[in-house]
Design a binder for this molecule. Structure first.
Ligand code: NDP
Length: 283
């Protein structure tokens, strides 16, 4: 028996969020949740498509979403300034910074990420103050997918591969404060395969083509693959293909639930990282 595919019931998620927004409006008729998608003009083929999908989804839910597009001549200071303005604008409750930043100037993505997902926010997340912080959208989407498998998170042995600011580290925090027992692995982890083998829930965000193979995966585990890697594929019109960090063909034979790449985590992240989109209460 191979794994069930977890693809995220986008429709259900949207319906739930729509109700949340309606409820907030009924409490305060003047309230309208605001979301900004910040983009530094991309030559990259698909960024704009992602953004239009995000804006459309937000509008359907009742969110006031705006696309803040900076030109390719934008400097690092200008990008940081825009983020500060969004942070300080009380009518805006969520921000998506679309990466990569496509400027003719050198922009330090790390600095931009820090400005958007501030240290205070990261601190709140790491302390479990989930009701009062912005949750980075990729890990948030992963939580949604894990919930959709229907199992309990509390007490589950979970392994996260990767400790980046936007994927691995916040994923660790979210799982921990939903009462899982979490091991976070990274490039210096001594025996990655052995760690993975103990995971009831495995979340992978490492950026290496199909590195996690089925023989590492515990029988029946929930496997969430955040990886987006492009490999050459002469059979495709684009000449390339998207694959994950997990080798799907072998992992599906071991896993109880598994996500696809493309189609698993990424569509979940369309919902952005916004305080008002959260319904996470630990437990
Ligand atoms: P980073 O490169 O910032 O982080 C990668 C992490 O993986 C690091 O913590 C690194 O360890 C760890 N790592 C790298 N190589 C190994 C290895 N051989 N063994 C164990 N750990 C390793 O990547 P991101 O977190 O930004 O992204 C991770 C993946 O997720 C990428 O494929 C990216 O495209 C994808 N992604 C998907 C999104 C989505 O919406 N689905 C959104 C964002 C990213 P160390 O810290 O020691 O260097």
């Amino acid at each position: 028996h191979s794994a069930d595919i977890v693809h995220g019931e986008q429709h259900q998620v949207r319906e739930r969020l729509k109700k949340n927004v309606e409820q907030m409006k009924s409490q305060d008729p003047n309230f309208r949740p605001g979301l900004v998608v910040l983009q530094v003009r991309a030559r990259v083929y698909d960024s704009s498509l992602y953004i239009s999908m995000k804006l459309k989804a937000a509008a359907e839910i009742g969110i006031n979403a705006t696309h803040l597009r900076l030109p390719r001549t934008a400097t690092e200071d200008e990008v940081l300034h825009s983020i500060t303005e969004v942070n300080e604008n009380s009518a805006i409750h969520g921000l998506i910074v679309q990466l990569p930043l496509d400027s003719i100037h050198k922009i330090d993505t790390e600095k931009v990420t820090n400005a958007a997902l501030t240290s205070i926010n990261a601190g709140k997340l790491s302390r479990g103050d989930l009701g009062d912080c912005f949750i980075p959208c990729t890990p948030n989407g992963c939580m949604e997918l894990i919930r959709q498998t229907g199992g309990y998170m509390a007490g589950k042995k979970t392994v996260v591969i990767g400790r980046s600011k936007i994927v691995g580290a916040p994923m660790h925090d979210l799982l921990l404060w939903n009462h899982a027992t979490v091991t976070t692995c990274h490039s210096k982890t001594a025996d990655l395969a052995a760690e993975v083998g103990r995971a009831d829930i495995l979340v992978v965000g490492l950026g290496k083509v199909e590195m996690v193979t089925g023989d590492w995966v515990k029988k029946g585990a929930v496997v969430i693959d955040c990886g987006i890697n492009h490999i050459l594929d002469g059979t495709r019109p684009s000449g390339k293909r998207e694959v994950g960090d997990v080798q799907y063909s072998s992992a599906k034979e071991q896993a109880g639930f598994i996500t696809l790449v493309p189609g698993g985590v990424e569509p979940m992240t369309e919902h952005g990282n916004s305080r008002f989109l959260e319904s996470h209460q630990p437990g």
